[in-house]
Ligand binder design. Structure first.
Ligand code: NAD
Ligand code: GLY
Length: 361
């Protein structure tokens, strides 16, 4: 099997990440050899469950592992505490107890909900991640951020709770809608900008193989992203400092996403946010203008948007910037690229520079 393994090193909470082709088929034998619970509830959304749920259920059952599949409708609008409560009731009705475990089978919505549920059900039970979108494979399944949305904002309720293992099967990306794949690539590019210039260059060179989902390009690509994320999380699990660099592109990106009423998908909003942050870095004298040019070039090469749509209300974007989780006492913190491979986190950006970037034609 073409597979790579990494470890997220967090002492007694360390866990492996398996990345490769056909990894889904290895979940049952691996859980048989290294159980994390007596039996398992696979939590998935209806779309992913419809494609991969039965296969996983059958494989676990065949290996003699007790399991059941519990689903909820797909979509960010279901990442709520009422979904969590409903899932918890199902678990309780099926007699799941402290010795049991959850399996998150799906994208970031499923991963965030399942991790949150695992962290609070009976005051905490173990869980593993089987991420099925590129975004969740390179970002949300690793690092232990869990949570749900409330009307006042995304991810405003949540916990830090690490999974026991992450199983990344690149084959599942074949059924992912094209737009979701491209959105995930925005997060991939993010890692190159924040910490790895050589990786950024490789992404430019291997564009075709990556878009064609060639395992020889995809597996090392996902591995690099997970290795960078693991390195950051090992140093700063609870986002006291360094971990904030993972929010590159997300400050303006989240505001654009919210101002669009979530019509613009997360990854596309992050692409727009990365371009805006690069331009802000130039205007605020943190980085040179070539950084913004290089970022625009790679985003366009991957068919990602770089401009804030003119239809979006700038005043509304401004208001969302002020309600960002990272904004403290009205000071907006930006992650700005100083060069490809390095960023700085600052709240020292002139209002005029922010307006100039938001209002650029
Ligand atoms: P998602 O989970 O909503 O998945 C996108 C869509 O793709 C859904 O409709 C899903 O049913 C479908 N899908 C998933 N896998 C598929 C497959 N293999 N084949 C066909 N369809 C498939 O979205 P996402 O982009 O994976 O995750 C976004 C969420 O992740 C947001 O809620 C965001 O806040 C969260 N997030 C969390 C972290 C973290 O560190 N915890 C980091 C980044 C994002
Ligand atoms: N996706 C940002 C983080 O995990 O910190």
């Amino acid at each position: 099997m073409n597979e790579q393994t990494l470890t997220v090193g967090l002492d007694e909470r360390s866990y492996p990440i398996f990345i490769g082709s056909n990894v889904l088929a290895s979940v049952a034998p691996r859980l048989e050899a290294h159980p994390v619970g007596k039996r398992y509830a696979i939590i998935s959304d209806e779309t992913v469950a419809g494609i991969y749920g039965q296969r996983l259920l059958d494989a676990l059952t065949k290996a003699g592992i007790g399991c059941s599949l519990i689903t909820f409708p797909a979509g960010e609008e279901h990442k709520t505490s009422s979904t969590v409560t409903r899932l918890a009731s199902e678990l309780a009705q099926q007699g799941f107890d402290r010795g049991d475990a959850l399996i998150a089978l799906g994208g970031g919505v499923v991963g965030d909900i399942t991790g949150f549920l695992a962290s609070i059900y009976m005051r905490g039970i173990p869980f593993v991640q089987i991420p099925t979108t590129l975004l969740s494979q390179v970002d949300s399944s690793v690092g232990g951020k869990t949570g749900v949305d409330i009307p006042e904002g995304k991810n405003l309720i949540g916990t830090f709770y690490q999974p026991r293992a992450v199983f990344i099967d690149i084959d599942v990306l074949a059924t992912l809608p094209e737009q979701e794949l491209r959105g995930g690539l925005a997060e991939v590019i993010k890692y190159g900008v924040i910490l790895d210039a050589a990786f950024f260059q490789r992404l430019l060179e291997q564009r075709e193989q990556i878009l064609d989902l060639e395992p020889s390009a995809l597996i090392p690509m996902i591995r690099t992203c997970c290795a960078i994320k693991a390195q950051v999380v090992e140093e700063d699990e609870r986002e006291g400092g360094l971990r904030r660099i993972l929010n590159f592109g997300h400050t303006i990106g989240h505001a654009v996403e919210a101002a669009s009423g979530f019509e613009i998908i997360h990854g596309f909003a992050v692409a727009i946010g990365m371009q805006a942050a690069a331009e802000l870095a130039g205007l605020a004298d943190y980085g040179d203008a070539r950084v913004a040019v290089a970022i625009r070039e790679i985003l366009e090469a991957y068919g990602l948007p770089t401009e804030i749509p003119s239809s979006l209300d700038r005043a509304m974007i401004r208001r969302y910037l002020l309600s960002d989780k990272k904004t403290v006492d009205g000071r907006i913190f930006f992650v700005l690229p100083t060069t490809i491979g390095r960023v700085t986190v600052t709240d020292q950006v002139a209002e005029e520079a922010i307006d100039a970037v938001l209002n650029r034609e």
